[in-house]
Design a binder for this molecule. Structure first.
Ligand code: ZN
Ligand code: ZN
Length: 324
């Protein structure tokens, strides 16, 4: 069940950071365990308020919460960390003048000079670490991996509006996307502008939000994808899968997926550039007199001639049996 952090703190969705801080102070004062010993209900309320404050007091977390609710991708992935969003600034793209906005102004589709943000959202790039066995790093492989990413809602096709309903001007900001506030200070009148929280700066809102994504246009989803590991891949190599990152609200805004390959060490073999090295033991008699032995390679069993008088630590080479 999604929690309503605004309701918990008793503030409006458009509340300022100061208002949130004040509301939390009041709640924390009222429900603090020191003031309510052995009161389970107060303790629970105190925890709830703290949780709400932790999210709403952080502009980044608040933005994620506004977009996805408390059951959004952050609850599986953790805010700003864990699989999916690790190392990537998830919300940066929605800041004033996000990518889509920049493109629009380049191509002359800017919205008449208003500081309204685009309603389109670009999908974020994702980076995941991929562990592969030594064997697969040498010979390559085709495998299926599970990823959790944000996908475009297929019901509303990323518009956020229930199919058949319209997208209308935001009543809160009258379509401007920004709300101007005038304040009297000792230095005179100060006009501040903030992004409208109702439409998140877009100036327009769905008349009726899509029931599947709650009007968020996108939702988190676990998917299985097929990938190809090329032969001879080294640890640290990054494989880029175009458009396999988080999806944007339009197909041309999909992010990419970067897989950072980590090759697990082998018990039998080590690698040195294109060569594969393995160790094996022989009898002292075989070393002195020489012998013909069979050794195991990654390509199967191979015959190897040990010359007479072979010393400990001597490296013998079998041609063409290294990394393909
Ligand atoms: Zn939808
Ligand atoms: Zn608005």
């Amino acid at each position: 069940m999604s929690k309503d952090f605004y309701k918990t703190l008793g503030v409006d969705k458009s509340a300022s950071q100061d208002e949130i801080k004040k509301a939390y102070r009041v709640a924390a004062n009222k429900y603090h365990p020191d003031k309510n010993p052995d009161n389970k209900e107060a303790e629970a309320k105190f925890k709830e308020a703290s949780e709400a404050y932790e999210t709403l007091s952080d502009p980044q977390k608040r933005k994620m919460y506004d977009q996805f609710g408390s059951n959004g991708p952050q609850s599986q992935a953790g805010y700003g960390g864990g699989q999916g969003f690790g190392g990537f600034d998830f919300s940066g793209f929605q800041d004033a003048g996000g990518f889509a906005d920049i493109f629009e102004s380049f191509f002359g589709h800017g919205q008449g000079g208003a500081r309204r943000q685009s309603t389109e959202q670009r999908g974020e790039d994702l980076e995941l670490r991929l562990n592969i066995p030594f064997e697969e790093s040498i010979f390559g492989a085709e495998k299926s991996i599970k990823i959790r990413r944000v996908v475009r809602c297929d019901k509303c096709e990323g518009s956020g509006a229930e199919p058949g309903t319209k997208i209308v001007e935001c009543p809160e900001c009258k379509g401007a996307g920004q709300i101007k506030e005038r304040r009297q200070t000792i230095l005179g009148q100060v006009v501040t502008q903030r992004t409208c929280s109702t439409c998140k700066g877009a100036g327009r809102n769905p008349e009726k939000p899509c029931a599947k994504c709650n009007g968020n246009k996108r939702h988190s989803k676990e998917e299985t994808i097929k990938i190809k590991i090329p032969t001879g891949i080294q640890s640290g190599t990054v494989i880029r899968l175009q458009d396999h990152g988080n999806q944007g609200t339009k197909p041309n805004l999909d992010g990419d997926l970067y897989l950072r390959v980590n090759v697990e060490p082998s018990k039998k073999y080590t690698r040195s550039n294109q060569d594969i090295i393995s160790e094996f033991e022989i009898h002292s008699l075989q070393a002195v007199l020489g012998d013909e032995v069979e050794v195991e390679t990654m390509h199967g069993k191979e015959k190897l001639t040990i010359p007479p008088g072979t010393q400990h630590g001597k490296v013998l080479k079998i041609k063409g049996k290294g990394v393909p």
